[in-house]
Design a protein around this ligand. Sequence first.
Ligand code: SF4
Ligand code: MSK
Length: 649
Amino acid sequence: MPNHPLTPEDRVINPASIAMLRKAEADGVDTCFHRFDALGTQCRFGVTGVCCKNCHMGPCRITPKSPRGICGADADTIVARNFLREVTGGCAAHSDHGRHLVLRLKAVAEGKGGDYRITDRKALLRIAGKYGIETAGREDNAIALELANTFLADFTAQEETLKTLTLAPRKQQAIWEKVGVAPMGIDRMCVEAMHRTHMGVDHDYRNLLLHAFRTALADGWGGARIASMAADILFGTPKPLRSEANLGVLEEKQVNIIVHGHEPALSEMLAVAARDPEVIAYAKAAGAEGVNLAGLCCTANEILMRRGVRVAGNFHQQELAIVTGVVEMMVVDVQCIMPSLPTVAASYHTEIVSTADAAKTIGATHIAFRASDGLASAKAIVKRAVDNFAKRDPGKVLVPAVKQPLVAGFSVEAIKYMLGGTYRASFRPLNDAIIQGRIRGVAGIVGCNNPKTQADSYINTVTRELIKRNVLVLQTGCAAQASAKAGALTPETALAEAGKGLREVCEAVGIPPILHMGSCVDNARILEAATEIVLEGGLGDDIGGLPAVGIAPEWMSEKAVTIGCYFVASGCDVILGLPFHISGSENVTRFLQEEATELFGGAFHDIPDPLAAADKTLELIEAARERLGINAKAERKLFDMKDRRQLDV
Ligand code: SF4
Ligand code: MSK
């Protein structure tokens, strides 16, 4: 960050956000950026992870003069306990989201699903098959019920390890067994984590961190993976489609409704309701040209991936979207919703509507979403937004004319199909391109924005640099939306910037060099893609052996900590643009940044500069290629081809 008072240009990179930050300042509206300034220097004890308030003898803070808390806990114990609690928060968030979808699937299977149904029968059969569930000659609902109960057992299992772990490569499973981190039921892992971090229980930082990896695996190879699968069955497996992103998707002449949060059940129904002829007629009668539904954060990704609904913005734009003055309603459910929204909305006519009983905010209108009559509930919410249209103040309206086209919808099934076609859907062409060296490797770029950095800047720089250097990029969450707003999610733009080898492969098979794979639970799809690459053959027998790296450039959420941990436990190195709060313990730092490699094959790397992150990614990828022996093979193969051509002449 520069040494002068920060300007909007210093805080955000996107012109739409710059314009709205200026307007917010003119309108006297505080945003996360202003509150970040107001906080001043952040607490050193919090930043280094050495503050403990796990019992009421404390709070205790570790300093050189007082190296132990009142109970005797040292910095290692306190930092590791805090870290484990963060991982548990992330696992719980993703997994509760997954649980809701599974319960919805179960209700559908039992004929109690209301307006929900099994939209993707192929997905049901494919996923049931992965779990060894008999499908031949059975009713869909019977298969769905058995599958839903199998998923639910992964939440409640007390002694058995998760069934979903068996979707990982065998060697990966063996590593987890050997290290002792194969998780039992998701709920049990979270409860055990809270128990172990209670005063006077687990004090060994290694033991605590191993449970952090175990809990994270219960997310990535449990709750999050289950969430993606259940959503695919209920709402459809994503396929590539075109759409648009940025605040310019808001329409001045229409009723604008933004859906923000994570779970797709409500947003799917809102998408249907917004197109309902009766609702559109209602909007026209109110003087609007129609109803414009747009998304924010991961709810945006869910309905973008399946319906092409346009994206208003990512995490840092949730307040800025309201500042446009044209948002009649922001409908929120769970996760990443700033409690400031009703305060920002008070300066405009926007109504904030919360819909999840587990997530209320003072100042928001709470309308509990009833899945049993989902469409009727959604229609009522949309009509309420229409009623708010008349309250819009034209003097406060400014919609930045900034939006970019994009292509999204790259589920693993879609990638497989694009690589091999209907009859030979497979990852073979991708594996071959990696083995030949035309694609050097794969990077998963994921995560949020954080006012500690210029929003979207690191994400965009590292992404562009990696495709230039022939690395295929898989993205999710707000990182994918940052790329979309930068215009990098159209095949045309990205291909023009990609290195020669990557471009040739992408053109030959018809995929873009940056693949938007979905929301933050869909990071599990990146693991699924990595598994497909391993199973396809020729690149080792575990994910840890692949030339693949995870990058979380601008992360802020506990979910991101958990995602990082399940990537590392799955063998991938993970680069963090912003560090964890662990520097108060050298032992914890060493464990996560070095010793994890000996256990899993990957570790964390703090790299604040995006170009240095690209360098490190290539270094890690090239090291993996050397270990696989594919650099040597590629050289030999080229030599053979040349020889043959010379013989022909
Ligand atoms: Fe202090 Fe120990 Fe209580 Fe933590 S658990 S607040 S270190 S006394
Ligand atoms: S929404 S977790 S800010 S990616 Fe999934 Fe974005 Fe991060 Fe939330």
